[in-house]
Design a protein around this ligand. Structure first.
Ligand code: AMP
Length: 209
């Protein structure tokens, strides 16, 4: 079973995807984190990411397929952040179908634009561990606050660009996706545990008994 998580930046989809993968042993693929690792050695990718634009499809998908091929990994994956356009989805669907697997479910975490901006502006990265904190909902320990930084793409101009991509491209993908795959919408402005339980109920209803 393969699952895709959708949701605007800051919707908590990373947290939920991680909790779900821990519960069922899914492999968690987070495109943003994967690309940030690649960007350490590829300044061209870093520049694109810092500006809030999407990394070109061909470049990204060739790295991604090589990465999954290396691990012989095609099933039991939770995708977070990829695909985020119809073109990327069609690519992934075709590539997975060659491996005889499908995408079975999409979970959309919904939060308002106001909440997205509030959450992202409060986000801080610990450059030493890579851990992301939120000054409001997930505050860092006092002794590390001085070393925390704000990611370039969490700054206001990049946030609006990233949100615009979500609102146009990813919402179009969700509509497209709905035509032949199950899509579940979940209110993301609730406690983490409550959302997690809702997601488990959906996944349980689809798992072979
Ligand atoms: P995220 O942490 O998911 O917001 O991703 C951070 C950045 O990584 C995005 O703003 C893009 O520059 C890049 N990125 C992540 N996922 C994709 C994708 N599916 N296609 C192209 N670029 C991506």
């Amino acid at each position: 079973m393969n699952i895709i998580f959708f949701g605007p930046q800051g919707s908590g989809k990373g947290t939920q995807a991680r909790l779900l993968s821990e519960k069922y042993g899914f492999f968690y693929f987070e495109s943003g984190a994967y690309l940030r690792r690649l960007a350490l050695e590829h300044p061209d990718i870093k520049a694109i990411m810092d500006s809030g634009k999407l990394v070109p499809d061909q470049e990204f998908t060739s790295y991604l397929t090589a990465y999954l091929d290396e691990q012989n990994l095609y099933d039991g994956i939770i995708f977070d952040g990829f695909p985020r356009t119809v073109e990327q989805y069609l690519f992934l669907k075709k590539w997975l179908s060659q491996k005889k697997v499908s995408i079975d479910l999409a979970i959309v975490l919904e939060i308002s634009e106001r909440e997205t901006i509030k959450r992202l502006s409060a986000r801080r990265l610990d450059p030493e561990t890579g851990r992301i904190y939120n000054l409001i909902t997930d505050p860092p320990p006092n002794d590390i606050t001085t070393r925390l930084i704000q990611r370039d793409d969490d700054k206001p101009s990049a946030i609006s660009r990233r949100l615009a991509i979500y609102n146009v491209k990813t919402k179009e993908l969700i509509e497209y996706f709905k035509k032949n795959t199950k899509v579940i919408r979940i209110n993301g402005e609730r406690p983490i545990e409550e959302i997690h339980k809702d997601i488990i109920n959906v996944v349980e209803s689809l798992r072979p008994k």
